[in-house]
Design a binder for this molecule. Structure first.
Ligand code: GLV
Ligand code: MN
Ligand code: MN
Length: 331
């Protein structure tokens, strides 16, 4: 199956690590640009390095991102790009566009240029959670994306000798940071998530009491109000924030028509589709079942060839419907 071969080719670039704007992400974009050309699309990039392939005056777009978290999986992001290229191959005469965004994992920025182009955006993505596997369903329709906030907190202490400074005289920044990590976890309640995922310890030496620690906070909740409550309870100043967004309009209606009875889900993970929907573009997302208990952002991330084939079929059919109704609107 070509989609799987291509996912393997992408995974081989950096062995699962393709950070935003790294040489590995560049190489993945170069490879995808070749696939776009082979599909008969005109290829361009914007000032942020996002990659576009389009036929004619494309106003219906699909795609996702090619960067990964450190040591990430085969499917997160890459599947949405590969699936969109497969759909473009199957719809040779159709005016549509395929996009590969840059640096989604570090706080998706989307693309102003794309937000101005499409009447419709559709993103295929792995679910990255266990809901579809538990329901025994291969595909799900995303109705919205949860709100999220990210920021950093710094703890100042005093660097000192690990072998001589009396414990009671230490100002150990890591001890304060550790208490804060437990506090963050306590703040996450039903339906809300809060995570400390990155920690920088200075000077970061075995024999030095930590003098300063900077850590990341990632907080998510299904409504803006619930997120605000969570941020206040944690007590940090977000440097990036995203309100919850709803999927809507013709892309969502077309997806529902193509997959009647498919489960409808809210995404706790952020996506490029979230940015486009927030910019006012009618947007829909199709989730593909994640196996291994929904493992994601790790090498265990897995979806089956059968489920991927169903997703490509559903994406192709949805894009064909959207394009047919766009053509009939023009008449
Ligand atoms: C994207 O992967 C996110 O962190 O939600
Ligand atoms: Mn992703
Ligand atoms: Mn991700």
């Amino acid at each position: 199956m070509r989609a799987l071969t291509r996912l393997d080719q992408l995974y081989a670039i950096g062995a699962g690590t393709r950070l935003g704007y790294s040489p590995e992400e560049d190489a993945a974009h170069e490879l995808a640009a070749r696939w776009l050309q082979q599909a008969g699309l005109d290829v361009t990039t914007d000032e942020a390095g996002n990659l576009f392939g389009h036929r004619g005056d494309a106003r219906i777009w699909s795609g996702s991102h090619l960067d990964t978290v450190p040591n990430g999986g085969r499917f997160d992001g890459a599947l949405g790009v590969v699936a969109a290229i497969e759909a473009a191959n199957r719809l040779p005469g159709t005016e549509l566009g395929v996009v590969a965004f840059r640096a989604e994992e570090t706080g998706p920025m989307g693309s102003r240029r794309l937000a101005e182009l499409p009447d419709a955006f559709l993103e295929v993505h792995v679910e990255q959670g266990p809901a579809l596997e538990r329901l025994g369903e291969p595909l799900g329709i995303v109705t919205g994306v949860a709100a999220q906030a990210r920021g950093e907190v710094t703890f100042e202490g005093r660097a000192a000798h690990a072998g001589t400074t009396p414990i009671e005289e230490r100002a150990d920044a890591l001890v304060d940071a550790a208490k804060f990590v437990l506090h963050v976890r306590e703040c996450a309640r039903e339906g809300a998530f809060a995570t400390v995922g990155a920690l920088e310890v200075e000077p970061g030496a075995t024999n030095v009491v930590p003098g300063r620690v900077t850590l990341s906070v990632d907080a998510r909740a299904s409504t803006a109000e619930a997120l605000e409550t969570l941020v206040e309870a944690i007590g940090f100043e977000p440097s990036w924030r995203q309100d919850p967004v709803a999927m809507s309009g013709p892309p969502l209606e077309a997806l529902r028509a193509v997959l009647p009875g498919a489960p409808q889900l809210i995404s706790g993970a952020g996506h490029d589709a979230m940015v486009l929907a927030a910019a006012g573009v009618p947007t829909a997302m199709l989730f593909v079942r994640s196996l291994n208990g929904g493992a994601s952002h790790c090498p265990d991330e897995l979806s089956s060839p059968e489920d991927i084939a169903l997703a490509v079929d559903a994406l192709t059919e949805t894009l064909a419907r959207l394009s047919a109704s766009a053509v009939s609107d023009k008449r």
